[in-house]
Design a protein around this ligand. Structure first.
Ligand code: ASP
Length: 305
């Protein structure tokens, strides 16, 4: 009998060049602590024999609730100053898929994406219809003010004044492998700061920013979403792992080269079915962390970490 790989989880808090200028020492501590809490939430699920999907969602909920990241509380605002939130989950064992876009009153869009996958009979709901379904699924609405923080307001004002290019992408995501070999991915975002109202990036577009299939790997992306959608980047990584036998790091780096060649930036977290993982990124920083059974929790922010 072949031995199963150790269960594990890898999370990210977005890849960007902007982090260094906005992160105070206290902020850096907060980001590291949040990443470790997210990894810890996934680890607890996996150590208790829970599923990769439960672990990935638990990790993303922690990051959505933490105001340091562009997802849930603290999410980026669009041009009109409104948070329009996107999220997706994918269960590699189905494979099952659920996604939402443009929701404004859902505290944890990743939970709604999961409810879409498990309860709606559909795969992708947007806007008011998604919010109505959230209430049917028992997710209590929050006010728009819940998402706003002083930092997200300042970032929005800088973006409007064009002093901030879309270079800081602090979307959150997680990929996990459980003890029975299932893979899952979850991603959540407020999208690019100052975006056109109604704009949807890669995060909820399954195969672009989020993908999982037990036969290959699970992927969660961050970066300027348009590039990832055009390349169907997450699915492309899975294809390379499956068809060409590439490792996660080789496949993910190949896709990042395509993204950079088109003028984009970003990063991925990837776990394959053998438990090999990668977290490459192109800008200065990508808060990230991981844990595999028998190993300590590890976290990092900067390229040189
Ligand atoms: N990928 C996200 C988007 O384009 C942005 C991010 O990674 O922060 O909506």
């Amino acid at each position: 009998m072949t031995k199963r790989p150790a269960p594990g989880i890898v999370v990210h808090g977005g890849a960007g060049d902007g982090w260094r200028s906005v992160l105070s020492p206290a902020g850096e501590k907060g980001v590291r602590a949040a990443i470790r809490r997210a990894v810890g939430a996934g680890r607890r699920v996996l150590e208790a024999g829970g599923s990769a999907l439960d672990a990935a969602v638990a990790a993303v909920v922690v990051l959505e609730d933490d105001p340091h990241f562009n997802a849930g509380r603290g999410a980026s605002r669009n041009r009109d100053g409104v948070c329009e939130l996107d999220a997706a989950v994918m269960d590699g064992s189905g494979p099952g898929v659920g996604a939402v876009a443009g929701v404004r009153h859902v505290r944890n869009p990743v939970k709604l994406a999961r409810a879409v996958m498990e309860q709606s009979g559909n795969v992708f709901l947007i806007g008011a219809g998604a919010e109505r379904f959230a209430r049917e699924a028992g997710l209590r609405p929050v006010s728009e003010a819940y998402f706003h923080t002083a930092a997200s307001c300042r970032e929005w004002q800088l973006a409007l004044g064009r002093q901030l290019a879309a270079r800081s992408c602090d979307t959150v995501g997680a990929v996990a492998l459980d003890a029975v070999g299932n893979l899952a991915a979850a991603t959540s975002t407020g999208g690019v700061v100052g975006k056109r109202p109604g704009r949807v990036g890669d995060c909820p577009v399954v195969g672009a920013g989020t993908y999982a299939d037990n036969s290959s790997c699970a992927v969660s992306a961050t970066g300027i979403g348009e590039h990832f959608v055009r390349l169907l980047a997450a699915r492309e990584i899975a294809g390379r792992v499956l068809d060409r036998g590439e490792t996660p790091i080789v496949a993910a780096k190949a896709l990042l080269r395509h993204v950079v060649a088109k003028g984009g930036l970003g990063g991925f977290v990837v776990i394959d079915r053998r438990g090999r993982f990668a977290a490459p990124f192109t800008p200065d920083a990508m808060p990230r962390g991981w844990w595999f059974r028998g190993k300590p929790v590890t976290s990092a922010i900067w390229r040189e970490d």
